[in-house]
Design a protein around this ligand. Structure first.
Ligand code: BG6
Length: 479
């Protein structure tokens, strides 16, 4: 057989806050994405204390999918997508997060969106929390470090899972839940957990708080998995983890050890999601560092009972670490392992290492570790595109995706990995999460809008559109 399995879920992926716009319409509340300004390539986005007049917030309009989704869905249909991964914007449903009643207009929007997708033969794959935590939950509760967010998230999830129980089958709880793991990138602790740190927090305190927030999210996720299965036993509810396989820089045993320790920071999340237990290597770390993480026996039971049906993950790049610090001493603990560029692979204009073989490697690692179905829910190439006579010749994007699908195909056909589907990221150009740029483009559909927010929003098909259309139509035979 030279094709992917029948019913393989070929699709595309976006997230509500990166496409929808309509940030304050029909009762929607302010989300954490609404207070992130535009950064740039190598320039961080600023997080402001609420929405400040005269600042530019690229997610406020994004690509106006909120109003233009019907025509975008026609393009997705033409492309041949079988699934579209997007998220529900939490603040359309519960504008503040702690509201007594959900916002009917927000619920109606997703009814219409899912109906439109289904009417066009496209199944929605839904992330419940993709960097869209209500801003009020940060201000009033301190974000996910506070256990009160568990019932707020659960109620939101229960509301939408009940409402859309016949329209959505595939769900994911928290997007790239592990990205906050190293505690070094404030943007990630913000987007994953919206943690309000006290002024006098040290790095070590921060790490402990992030662990607490992560545990709270993992409990919330498990609770929602349990609940979802009651709402509709046919639901498939997964986690979503960012996988960056980390290689040892050299064959020195210590480098191998360092790479494994760094990987544990990722595995921690999927281990809990999939096995329902906090792994020993993390319990030992908490002991060693004197962390006291609040988790009750009842909560441990929830973790055990709410394990996921599949592992959803993003794959963009690999990483490389060594144990030597600047003084030449061994470093033995994450996050001190030193990251180096891998001399064997190239990188994108944003410095992301391009490594298709790492995709096959990751699929094998996850398959062997969990024996659960896998779902690649993000993979793609952020690049500068040039428009010439309404055409975009993005051969570099085709090359990237082709190489990754080829490795994915080997993992499925030669290695026997159980893969549900593949939804390349930013199937249509979107606002970049990391930089807030429009011009870091991932799409196979171009959107006429620039970094400064100007443009007609007109959509154009890139060369990759036609190419991917052929891949889907042949169920991967043409790779
Ligand atoms: C993942 C996120 O981190 O990678 C997406 O789930 C994000 O939201 C994507 O857009 C690509 O990152 P960036 O920073 O290039 O947009």
């Amino acid at each position: 057989m030279n094709t992917f399995p029948e019913n393989f879920l070929w699709g595309g992926a976006v997230a509500a806050h990166q496409v929808e716009g309509g940030w304050n319409v029909e009762g929607k509340g302010v989300s954490i994405a609404d207070v992130m300004t535009a950064g740039g390539n190598g320039i961080s986005r600023e997080i402001t204390d609420g929405v400040i007049e005269n600042r530019y917030y690229p997610n406020h309009e994004a690509i106006d999918f909120y109003h233009l989704y019907k025509e975008d869905i026609q393009l997705f249909k033409e492309l041949g997508l079988k699934v579209l991964r997007t998220s529900i914007n939490w603040t359309r449903i519960f504008p503040n997060g702690d509201d007594k009643e959900p916002n009917e207009k927000g619920l109606k929007f997703y009814d219409d969106l899912f109906d439109e997708l289904r009417a066009n033969g496209i199944e929605p794959v839904i992330t419940l929390s993709h960097f869209e935590i209500p801003f009020h939950l940060y201000k009033a509760y301190g974000g996910f470090k506070n256990k009160q967010l568990i019932p707020f998230f659960t109620r939101y999830a229960e509301t939408v899972m009940t409402r859309y129980k016949n329209k959505v089958k595939y769900w994911m709880t928290f997007n790239e839940i592990n990205n906050q793991a190293d505690g070094q990138h404030d943007l990630h602790t913000w987007t994953n957990s919206a943690i309000l740190f006290d002024q006098n927090e040290t790095q070590a305190n921060k790490e402990e708080i992030i662990y607490q927030a992560a545990i709270n999210e993992l409990i919330a996720s498990a609770q929602v998995v349990k609940l979802g299965h009651k709402i509709n036993p046919k639901f498939q509810i997964g986690c979503m983890v960012a996988y960056v396989p980390v290689y040892p820089y050299s064959s020195k045993p210590e480098d191998q050890m360092a790479a494994q320790k760094v990987m544990n920071r990722r595995f921690f999340y999927s281990d809990v999601h999939a096995r329902g237990e906090i792994p020993q290597y993390v319990l030992k770390e908490w002991d060693r560092k004197n962390y006291s993480i609040d988790i009750s026996d009842e909560e441990k039971k929830i973790l055990k009972e709410g394990t996921v049906d599949y592992i959803g993950f993003s794959y963009y790049m690999s990483g490389t670490v060594t144990t030597l610090d600047e003084k030449g001493e061994m470093i033995n603990d994450f996050p001190k392992a030193k990251w180096l560029s891998n001399p064997h692979v190239k990188a994108s204009d944003w410095g992301w290492q391009i490594d298709p073989v790492g995709m096959r490697y990751t699929l094998n690692i996850l398959d062997q570790r969990y024996q659960l179905p896998l779902f690649i829910v993000e993979n793609g190439f952020g690049a500068y595109d040039k428009v010439e006579n309404d055409e975009i010749h993005d051969q570099y994007r085709i090359d990237y995706i082709h190489a990754h699908i080829a490795e994915m195909k080997k993992a499925v056909l030669e290695d026997g990995v159980n893969l549900l589907g593949y939804t390349p990221w930013g199937i249509i150009d979107i606002v970049s999460f990391g930089s807030g740029e429009m011009e870091k483009r991932y799409g196979m559909i171009y959107v006429d809008k620039n970094n400064d927010g100007k443009g007609t929003l007109k959509r154009l098909k890139k060369d990759s559109f036609k190419w991917y259309q052929g891949i889907i139509a042949s169920n991967g035979a043409d790779i």
